[in-house]
Design a protein around this ligand. Sequence first.
Ligand SMILES: [Zn+2]
Length: 338
Amino acid sequence: MNWDGKIAADEQLGVGAGASLVSRLSSLLDHQKRTWPLLAQGYESLSRGEMRPVEMDGTRVFVQHNPGRVRSTGAAVDIASVEARPCFLCPANLPPEEKGIEYGDGHVILCNPFPVLDRHLSIVCKEHAPQQIAGNLPLLLELAHDLSPDYFVLYNGPECGASAPDHFHLQACSRSIFPLEAALATGDAPPVPHCDMCEETVANYFELFTINDSGRSAIVFRAGNWTALAAWMKKTLDQLGSHAGKEEPPVNIIATYDQAIWTVFMFPRKRHRPGCFYAEGEEKILVSPGAIDMAGVLVAPERDHFLKLDADLIRRIYSEVSLDEGEVNGVLETVCSE
Ligand SMILES: [Zn+2]
């Protein structure tokens, strides 16, 4: 797998060798918007797209009309279709203008040409390896840390919104719109490190709870110690896997890092796509929820579908694709009693 020629040099980006990852990424985005017309078009389309809030059960979901997402939302991700197309995350198939920056030895960060939110990035494995969370939890948490506090980092499982289930990737987006996180801010806040003594309190801090909202279930982990956090996440994923009868359970995961605390939202899924995705005629709504949709920005590439999405329909979509509250609680009881 040859990535030579796909990595933007610091001189090209106009950044010094000591620049932070976040500032290098901001230069990469500027550079790519200037040199890669497809990306400029993607951001143009995002800025023209409509977004409207829908008040749900005490929280808010934003519905986004984003015509640029039509291919990703409708993407065929069955094995035969995926095998029949060239992998769009392998370097040989990237558009000539597309460049990225290296993250560690094994990954490259690229700009997503079909952004859903501002600063939408793909963090791509240098090898053509399948989309799976096993072995990649440390990467997810490190990245959330290194991109903090401006970004959230997400994982879409191969049956839960990833349009490249054949090539491992994470994504990152600006954290300025993250409705479910905003809803959480009204609850008890985790401790903030002010001095040496409370730094230790923060480092040992751990909590695990669920959010059941508007038909969605999310398991929330908050921790100051990433070893403990990764171990609890792994135990939970293993248990969700046994519950689903699969090696990897269907999930979306979002991670943030702020004030020395990681917050992870895990959305256990029951189904990839809701019934309305497959319906015909008036009933058809082209939505295919991934992590961003589960977090409260529901993307509709078709305008008439966007206009139809109201609280009842959104609740139905979430409840059709989310694992039921009772099942999630049952799984967590087993995890916590181990
Ligand atoms: Zn590939």
